[in-house]
Design a protein around this ligand. Structure first.
Ligand code: SF4
Length: 361
């Protein structure tokens, strides 16, 4: 097990929820403490908040539109469903450091059935539309799976839906829970990949080799696999290191069978950049702290547009050599960059439909 919490804090009344029971079976030796619903566990410093696990009900909606739906960006109509909040890993560039800075307790939500009912209502209201729904926005989709067994509730649910695909996006190799489930073409497991120099700042995650071994295992078990090169970071020798990572990925999984690829350059808000630069510099390569970034129209900082286009074109060419027909999209980029890098600017609807089709083709 890659992550074991130091303690599990369970909201009183949720002890018999499916998630609490699955967790108790998996980590019987970890101390459990109950808390009253009206008394949320006290907030602790962000790094400490990742060590213990809170199990509690989620109050409010589970589903939301991905933030790439911001005006001015080409969007793939992705929906995110939040069954967890925060992540036991600690990537130096992670936006959760800022986004959850005042509410950082690592949490898995126990009322999974309410989230699934909410998804069900959306799917049945639009039966002719295909949805792609991911759990990896406010959390890594599989980092807690060996502890909570959440995928045992999600994969069978989506296997029975005709108009949705679930994406489990991860930097872990925690796939054991998936292997005896039948995804029925409705769950894609995807990995974020970075060259080794960059992955060195993704503390606690599986190595790139371990991620790819896990990808090969789930592919054999009948899942489609996706790959995200995100965040793409310019560094000395980036052409060689990104080519090597793609070659390794294609050796692990037949590129013609990949459900989708996405490319996204390093991006952060000015306040996240301050936070990243303020981190203690223990990394062997401090590229996230040193990156030279300029503001874009959406207020986020990225490397300048000409360099982003050059990097995208380089990677697109490499991917297309091996996977000429796989869906490929740019994450959080505007029409100008799409036009120059991809020679097209798809509508949100077309791009969404194209990507979701990759799960089944
Ligand atoms: S794996 Fe994802 S969610 Fe977890 S720390 Fe890294 S970037 Fe953040």
């Amino acid at each position: 097990m890659r992550f074991v919490p130091s303690e599990v804090l369970v909201e009183r009344g949720e002890e018999s929820s499916a998630l609490a029971r699955l967790t108790a079976e998996r980590i019987p030796d970890v101390p459990v403490r109950l808390f009253e619903p009206a008394e949320a566990p006290a907030e602790v410093e962000f790094a400490a908040a990742k060590k213990s696990l809170v199990l509690k009900r989620h109050r409010g909606g589970f589903l939301e539109h991905c933030p790439a739906g911001t005006p001015g960006l080409v969007c793939c109509n992705y929906l995110v469903v939040n069954f967890a909040s925060n992540c036991p890993y600690d990537c130096s560039y992670c936006f959760l450091q800022e986004y959850l800075s005042s509410n950082g307790r690592l949490t898995a939500f126990t009322n999974v059935e309410d989230g699934l009912a909410e998804i069900g209502r959306v799917l049945s209201s639009h039966p002719s539309k295909q949805f792609r729904i991911g759990t990896g926005e406010l959390a890594d989709s599989l980092a807690l799976d060996a502890v909570t067994g959440l995928s045992r509730l999600l994969v069978p649910y989506f296997a029975e839906r005709d108009n949705a695909v679930l994406e489990l996006k991860t930097k872990s190799d925690c796939v054991d829970e998936l292997l005896d489930l039948d995804p029925n073409g409705r769950t894609v497991v995807s990995w974020s990949l970075s060259p080794h120099a960059i992955a060195a700042e993704e503390y606690g995650t599986a190595s790139v080799g371990e991620r790819l071994e896990a990808a090969a295992r789930v592919r054999q078990a009948g899942y489609r696999v996706g790959f995200h090169l995100d965040p793409i970071v310019e560094h000395d020798g980036w052409e060689e290191s990104y080519s090597a990572i793609l070659n390794d990925a294609f050796a692990a999984v037949d590129p013609r069978e990949v459900a989708w690829f996405s490319l996204g350059s390093l991006r952060m808000t000015p306040s996240l950049q301050k936070r990243v630069r303020g981190r203690s510099a223990t990394a062997p390569a401090r590229w996230a702290q040193a990156a030279e970034l300029v503001p874009g129209a959406d207020g986020k900082l990225r490397v300048w547009r000409g360099l982003r286009v050059r990097m995208y074109r380089f990677l697109i060419e490499k991917i297309r050599l091996h996977a000429p027909d796989a869906p490929l999209y740019l994450c959080m980029e505007g029409p100008g960059v799409w036009e120059r890098a991809m020679s097209e600017v798809p509508t949100d609807r077309d791009l969404g439909a194209r990507v979701v089709a990759g799960a089944r083709s």
